[in-house]
Design a protein around this ligand. Structure first.
Ligand SMILES: C[S@@+](CC[C@H](N)C(=O)[O-])C[C@H]1O[C@@H](n2cnc3c(N)ncnc32)[C@H](O)[C@@H]1O
Length: 321
C-alpha cells in the first residue's frame, strides 16, 4: 500500500509520503491500540448528540457499532423458518452474521424477507386487522409493506423513487403478497380524497440507527443534514395526518438515533391534533426497556446486546380523535 501511494504522488512529494506512511505502517497498530476505540470510531457530533439523548449509554451504542450485525428475517405467516436460526421474543428469526439470505431454504419461494428485529416493530404497532384499508407511506424496499399485507390489510404502498418502487414490486412478487404500489411524492399524493384507518409513515431519515449494517453512514452524514431531514419528516407527518380518518391510527417511524428525527416530532404531532397512543409492554415481549415514559418506542443498537443487538429506531403511535 505504501509503495502504491508513493507511485501515485508527484515526484517532489514521494519522499515525504514514503517516510510518513512507513512510519504509520510501523507505529500505527500500536498507536491505535492505545486509543479509545468507541470514540475513535464515532464522529464527534454524533457522540455529542447521543450523549445528550442517552447519557452514558453512548459508549454502549458506539461499542455495538463495532460488531457485525446478524441476519434477521421476518417470516410469512405459516412459513417454516430455515435451519440455523433462533427466534427472538418479538417473533423475528435471527441468523449468524454473514449468513447469505439467498442461500437459505425458502428464499426463492418467498417464505421470508430480510428485516432487522427493530425494523419489524413499527408495522406490528399498527396492529392491522384483515380487510382494513392501510397506507404505507415511503414504502420501498417493502419490508413493512410485506408485514402489513401479510396481516391481511388492503395495502396501498406509496414510494417516490421509481427504481426503488420497482424493487418494492419485485419483493412483493417474490413474497406473493398483494399491495397497490403508487409511485409519487407522499407529501403531494391526494389519494383521490380518501382517508384511511391505519397509516404507516416510515420516513426517510439520517439512518444513524443502522450504522452496524451501514458503517459508512457516520462519514456520509453531517450534523447539518439532520434539521433538513427533520423538516421533511414533519411535512410527511402533516400529509399523513390529513389522510387519517377520525379515530384512525398512525405510526411514525425513523431508523435514526437522533432525537430531532424522533422524540422531537411529538410536539409537531400534537400541533396536528394527533394524540399519542402509548405502546404497552405486552406488545413488546422482553423489550419493555425500549418503551419511553411518553409511551413511544426507542430501540438502540446496544439493546439485547447478548443476542446480537438491534437497529436504532424511533416509533410513535398516534390516534386522530
Ligand atoms: C426508510 S426508507 C423506507 C423503508 C421501507 N418502509 C421498508 O420497510 O422497507 C424511506 C423511503 O422513502 C422514500 N421517500 C423519500 N421521500 C419520499 C416522499 N416524499 N414520498 C414518498 N417516498 C419518499 C425513499 O425513496 C425510501 O425508499
Amino acid at each position: 500500500a505504501v509503495g502504491s501511494a508513493v507511485d501515485l504522488v508527484p515526484a517532489p512529494f514521494a519522499g515525504l509520503v514514503n517516510a510518513v506512511l512507513r512510519k504509520v505502517a510501523e507505529a500505527g497498530p500500536a498507536a491505535l491500540e492505545g486509543l479509545d476505540a468507541e470514540r475513535r470510531d464515532t464522529p464527534g457530533w454524533l457522540w455529542t448528540a447521543w450523549h445528550t439523548a442517552y447519557g452514558p449509554a453512548v459508549r454502549a451504542i458506539a461499542a455495538a457499532h463495532r460488531t457485525e450485525a446478524p441476519l434477521d428475517l421476518s417470516l410469512k405467516p405459516g412459513a417454516t423458518a430455515p435451519e440455523g436460526g433462533e427466534v427472538l421474543p418479538t417473533g423475528t428469526w435471527r441468523y449468524p452474521a454473514g449468513t447469505r439470505v439467498t442461500e437459505l431454504a425458502g428464499f426463492a419461494e418467498g417464505a421470508f424477507w430480510v428485516q432487522d428485529a427493530a425494523a419489524a416493530l413499527p408495522a406490528r404497532l399498527l396492529a392491522v386487522r384483515p380487510g382494513e384499508r392501510v397506507v404505507d407511506l415511503c414504502a420501498a424496499p417493502g419490508g413493512k409493506t410485506a408485514q402489513l399485507a401479510a396481516a391481511g390489510g388492503a395495502v396501498t404502498a406509496v414510494e417516490r423513487d421509481p427504481k426503488r418502487a420497482a424493487r418494492l414490486r419485485e419483493n412483493l412478487a417474490r413474497l406473493q403478497l398483494p399491495a397497490e404500489v403508487v409511485v409519487t411524492d407522499a407529501v403531494q399524493w391526494d389519494a383521490g380524497g380518501a382517508s384511511f384507518d391505519a397509516i404507516l409513515l416510515d420516513a426517510p431519515c439520517s439512518a444513524t440507527g443502522t450504522i452496524r449494517r451501514h458503517p459508512d453512514v457516520p462519514y456520509l452524514k453531517r450534523a447539518k443534514d439532520i434539521p433538513a431531514m427533520a423538516e421533511l419528516q414533519r411535512a410527511l407527518l402533516a400529509a399523513a395526518a390529513r389522510r387519517l380518518a377520525p379515530g384512525g391510527r398512525l405510526v411514525l417511524a425513523t431508523c435514526s438515533l437522533q432525537a430531532e428525527e424522533g422524540e422531537a416530532h411529538l410536539a409537531a404531532a400534537a400541533a396536528l391534533g394527533l394524540a399519542v397512543d402509548p405502546v404497552r409492554p405486552e406488545e413488546l415481549p422482553s423489550l419493555a426497556e425500549a418503551i419511553t415514559p411518553a409511551g413511544t418506542l426507542r430501540t438502540r443498537p446496544d439493546l439485547w446486546a447478548d443476542r446480537g443487538g438491534m437497529d436504532g429506531f424511533f416509533a410513535a403511535r398516534f390516534r386522530k380523535p
